[in-house]
Design a protein around this ligand. Structure first.
Ligand code: GLY
Ligand code: MN
Ligand code: MN
Length: 294
């Protein structure tokens, strides 16, 4: 019985989609306020408060704890400290924050460079790759295939921008990409931020295993009509993972001077909420940002 309820939750009704669009708009407005607080050189706590004020949420009715990460804190994937200290310099800002309407969640990440061109180049490349990944969201497409393609796209960025001197294919094959992109491409979204039935085989239950070597992927199903999923690729400079990679045969293929230079920026993640249809995707998040800019 519960499996059948979970299964049904994947397909969003017009009422559910309307609430998810509203939850998106609520979050987008607050993302804009947070970016302004970053540009005004606020602390993480200042930025978090600006987000709350603009969203009308308090800490307890957010769909999940905001990740408000300045500078190298962006490399901590679930960073939740929200420091009250103003850093001596503002280099980068990664914010992963959502909103809720009638129980339905949005889950949005943006990354900003304060002024640095090299980091902006990385943000722009991840953003462009993310848009291409979003365009793959449609009915009948395997979600793990989008995840595997994300590894290849992140590898191309690492090669193009001179972080790693291996071919993109070799980087994926040897799992070097997992050092820079150590999480899954996303998950189902709805009443819960990490919604149910991501691995379910049928309405009766069952489990579709993750591809080998991808333990953090949160959904293995083929997309159905009106599923809503997140697409959230990223590239991070995470000390512990970099140290492990340095000790392998691939350590010599990394441009350590560039990587050291980028550590103070933490990392990049761009996350949108996307609806699958047979006619193509509806990107709730990009539509929300476009509407506010208009
Ligand atoms: N904010 C949690 C996630 O992106 O999965
Ligand atoms: Mn997410
Ligand atoms: Mn998120």
């Amino acid at each position: 019985m519960i499996n059948s309820l979970y299964w049904g939750r994947s397909t969003k009704t017009p009422y559910e989609l309307a609430n998810m669009r509203l939850a998106t708009r609520r979050a987008v407005k607050a993302h804009r306020a947070a970016e302004q607080a970053f540009r005004a050189r606020g602390s993480e706590l200042d930025i978090h408060r600006a987000y709350l004020a603009a969203s009308g949420h308090n800490d307890f009715d957010l769909p999940y704890t905001n990740i408000v990460a300045l500078n190298e804190h962006g490399a901590t994937l679930h960073y939740q400290y929200q420091s009250a200290e103003v850093p001596t310099a503002h280099h980068a800002f990664l914010i992963d924050a959502g909103a809720e309407v009638n129980g339905y969640a949005s889950d949005i990440t943006r990354t900003y460079s304060f002024v640095d061109r090299e980091f902006q180049e990385l943000v722009d490349a991840v953003d462009a790759a993310q848009l291409e990944l979003c365009s793959q969201v449609r009915t009948g497409v395997s979600y793990p295939a989008i995840h595997l393609d994300t590894h290849l796209r992140m590898a191309r960025i690492l090669a193009d921008q001179g972080y790693v001197t291996m071919s993109p294919e070799a980087m994926v094959e040897s799992r070097v990409t997992s050092t820079f992109f150590p999480h899954g491409v996303g998950h189902p979204l709805g009443l819960q931020v990490h919604d149910v039935a991501g691995f379910q085989e049928s309405e009766h239950g069952g489990f579709i295993a993750r591809p080998d070597g991808h333990p953090f992927l949160r959904m293995t199903r083929t997309l159905g009509e009106d599923f809503v999923v997140t697409i959230e690729p990223g590239i991070y400079f995470i000390d512990t993972l970099l140290k492990k990679l340095a000790a392998t045969e691939h350590g010599k293929s990394l441009n350590w001077a560039k990587i050291e230079r980028m550590k103070k920026f933490g990392g990049v993640r761009i996350e949108d909420n996307v609806r699958a249809m047979s006619s193509g995707p509806e990107n709730l998040t990009r539509d929300g940002f476009a509407e506010i800019a208009a």
